[in-house]
Design a protein around this ligand. Structure first.
Ligand code: ADP
Ligand code: MG
Length: 699
């Protein structure tokens, strides 16, 4: 049946159209004002909105509502309350008040707080975020909310994101006014997160303890075929995958999520979905929902969607490209090179601010992508290295160089003037050659941050980016304030000149996957923070705490709590993986090894009894090699057994994390290499779990 997509789109969202239809005019206006200017909402308005929301929700089949929030687990949380209210005589009505809409009080004691919330004060608050629209899913009205403690400390990812958007808006508006662009009163960050994922057959998945418990394979020899044929990327979609993607799109569209692009990715069984960009806050909520619906839709197709950063060794892992820009309330993209020299001044200021921000806070950018899962990806020859650098493309680099050196920038006989960007609009978009190896690339009218892992919330990198850019703008603003309009062009020129000299070390247009770059980056003094425990101490470095405090993003306590949570999460992940690996090897894999070795031995003996002259050398060598590996695995398991309890002995969580990284992971790698060697010698039918061949090529 043909579906009318425009009418399906957003049909489960309490969006602007519904609000206009359902709300009294003055209420609608007051709500819009709150949404656009982030002003306070009166309770009367909230009451009226609640009534309309409930009416709409009930009409669309909802019986419950939930305050939907994003605790530090990185997932979303929800607790459902029904609308029913007794009215006597054993009857009920469906009721929902402004108070219930605006504030919730979930018992928060089981969410990670990093010590922020004492156990005697288990209460947490959820507060309605009217800037992200409510929606209906599975018979429940979902109200996006921020989550904080009794004392007002943020316990979630949304609160600091909203704070950072506000900080950036404030600083951007200030400098725009100094530059003479006085119409702008508000800017928002826009993001478009491209989401990578794997799909595997559900039946095969169920046979892999590691996939079920850890989301990634802990052992598994490479398939004879990987991604070397380069035939999967953008390849034709298989019918089962196409059907899945079709369903997924529809489910997302109903929720007003603008899913736009879908295609096969580089690795076998890997795919990607990209939405049309939207305001950061909404895009983050949408991405959380997208991940959830990706998993749910997969179930319906007897598939499992893997969002782990590195489900399989030896082939590409999954990331999430965070496309980021800033747009004004007057509809201008501040990273669009622009058509007139005056606008180009503005563009150059914002471009330079991003470069400065990323250079000065490269450590925080790295931290924003730091998880145990993503550590397997960064620095491999498939994802950006752990070194944060910026790709600008040759032309834009040349433009900045010409400003730095006071030379004229020549392009197709067009001579560059003073601030020199007349020629920008005509070539930038088309000429930013694709550089897939850069972690942070300018792509025409936005930056693309590619370090982020596929399973992570996109909130964190945007909190960092917004805050760091707000700081850069605030410093630039101080330098430009008080400049007469006729001198502005010159003043900007001088500012860029000073800034580019200081920050050009972060610009790198070459191949980020090479050894030379690692050496070069070290010479330039750039960070190369390889693992999560390596980079996290920078979160609590004094200059970084000051940055967050200055812009009211995190308090000192909030930073320390997050630092703890991230480390705890890292340690727990490694512990779970190590225990799973141990179980798989002991209970499933080693019995298979010994049973196959004895089968070979017995068969050889019985053949020999029939044909005494038969050469048994190769069978003997197979059995003895399997026996050897068996012993090696047992030895390494003993080592792991001693290491696991040691994790608990550290009094500092940082030390425990370092130990996990340096010692436990190394033992796990060793175990894996033994197991993979043995696996290659054992027939598929004798193995206790499906191999890479089947997992990656059976759909
Ligand atoms: P590319 O081919 O350079 O990756 P696309 O046009 O495919 O660019 O866009 C990739 C993602 O970037 C999409 O999600 C898109 O919506 C998003 N995007 C485009 N413009 C912006 C912008 N101004 N701000 C944020 N994201 C954007
Ligand atoms: Mg892209």
């Amino acid at each position: 049946m043909k579906k009318n997509i425009p009418s399906l789109y957003g049909s489960m969202v309490f969006n602007d159209k519904v609000m206009r239809n359902k709300l009294p005019k003055d209420v609608y206006k007051a709500l819009k004002k709150t949404i656009e200017n982030e002003t306070h909402l009166e309770l009367e308005v909230a009451n009226a909105v609640a009534v309309a929301m409930k009416e709409w929700a009930v009409e669309n089949g909802a019986t419950h509502f939930t305050h939907w929030f994003q605790p530090m687990t990185g997932f979303t949380a929800e607790k459902h309350d029904s609308f029913i209210t007794p009215v006597g005589n054993g009857e009920v009505i469906m009721d929902f008040s402004g108070k219930e809409l605006v504030k919730g009080e979930p018992d928060a004691s089981s969410f990670p707080s990093g010590g922020l919330r004492a156990t005697f004060e288990a209460r947490g608050y959820t507060a309605w975020d009217p800037t992200s629209p409510a929606f209906i899913k599975d018979g429940t009205l979902y109200i996006p909310t921020a989550f904080c403690s009794y004392g007002g400390e943020a316990l979630d990812k949304k609160t600091p994101l909203l704070r950072s958007m506000e900080a950036l808006s404030k600083e951007a508006v200030k400098i725009l006014h100094v530059l003479g662009n006085t119409e702008v009163t508000h800017v928002s960050t826009t993001i478009g997160p491209e989401q990578e994922y794997f799909l595997v057959d559900k039946e095969l998945y169920r046979q892999r303890r590691d996939l079920i418990l850890c989301g990634r394979t802990l052992i598994g020899a490479p398939a004879p075929r990987g991604q070397e044929m380069e035939d999967h990327y953008f390849g034709a979609l298989k019918p089962r995958i196409a059907a899945y993607m079709h369903d997924l799109d529809e489910d997302l569209w109903k929720l007003g999520i603008p899913a736009k692009t879908k295609h096969n990715e580089v690795a076998p069984a890997q795919h990607e979905l990209a939405p049309i960009f939207s305001t950061a806050n909404v895009a983050v909520d949408h991405n959380q929902l997208t991940m959830e619906i990706m998993k749910k839709t997969a179930e319906k197709h007897d598939l499992v969607c893997l969002l782990h950063e590195k489900p399989f060794e030896g082939i590409n892992g999954s990331g999430k490209h965070n496309n980021w820009s800033i747009s004004t309330n007057t509809g201008e993209n501040l990273l669009e090179p622009g058509k007139t020299p005056a606008k180009n001044i503005q563009f150059l200021v914002f471009l330079m601010a991003v470069i400065k921000a990323v250079d000065e806070y490269a450590d925080l950018m790295r931290i924003s992508a730091a998880t145990a899962g993503n550590d397997h990806r960064l620095g491999g020859n498939e994802a950006p290295p752990a070194i944060v650098s910026i790709f600008l493309g040759n032309e834009l680099t040349a433009v900045l160089k010409s400003i730095e050196e006071d030379t004229y920038f020549e392009k197709q006989k067009q001579i560059q003037m003073e601030t020199g960007a007349h020629v920008l609009p005509h070539f930038i978009k088309d000429n930013t050659d694709r550089n897939r190896t850069s972690p942070f690339a300018f792509t025409g009218n936005k930056f693309e941050f590619r370090m982020l892992g596929s399973s992570a919330s996109v909130a964190t990198p945007n909190i960092i980016l917004n805050t760091a850019v707000a700081e850069a703008l605030s410093q630039f603003c101080k330098e430009l304030e008080g400049t007469a309009p006729q001198d502005m062009e010159h003043a900007v020129h001088e500012l860029i000149k000073r800034a580019i000299r200081k920050h050009k070390k972060v610009i790198f247009n070459g191949n980020g996957y090479t050894e030379e770059w690692i050496k070069e980056a070290e010479k330039r003094g750039l960070y190369n923070l390889v693992s999560t425990p390596d980079c996290l101490p920078r979160f609590i470095a004094e200059e970084n705490i000051q940055l967050f405090e200055k812009h009211h993003i995190f308090t000192r306590e909030e930073i320390f709590s997050r630092y703890e949570i991230l480390l705890e999460n890292y340690v727990k992940t490694i512990e779970i993986e190590a225990k799973t690996l141990k179980e798989m090897l002991l209970k499933d894999f080693l019995p298979a090894v010994s049973s196959y070795a004895s089968t070979v031995a017995e068969n050889t003996l019985s053949v020999k009894s029939f044909v005494p002259a038969v050469d048994t050398a190769s069978a003997q060598s197979l059995v003895s090699s399997l026996g050897g590996t068996y012993e090696e695995i047992m030895g390494a398991l003993k080592k792991l057994d001693e290491e696991l309890p040691a994790i608990e002995q550290f009094s500092s969580i940082q030390d425990a994390a370092d130990y996990c990284h340096e010692t436990v992971l190394a033992t796990m790698d060793l175990l894996r290499s033994y197991a993979d060697q043995a696996e290659e010698k054992i027939p598929e039918s004798q193995l206790p779990y499906p191999t890479y061949d089947r997992l990656l090529f059976s759909i």
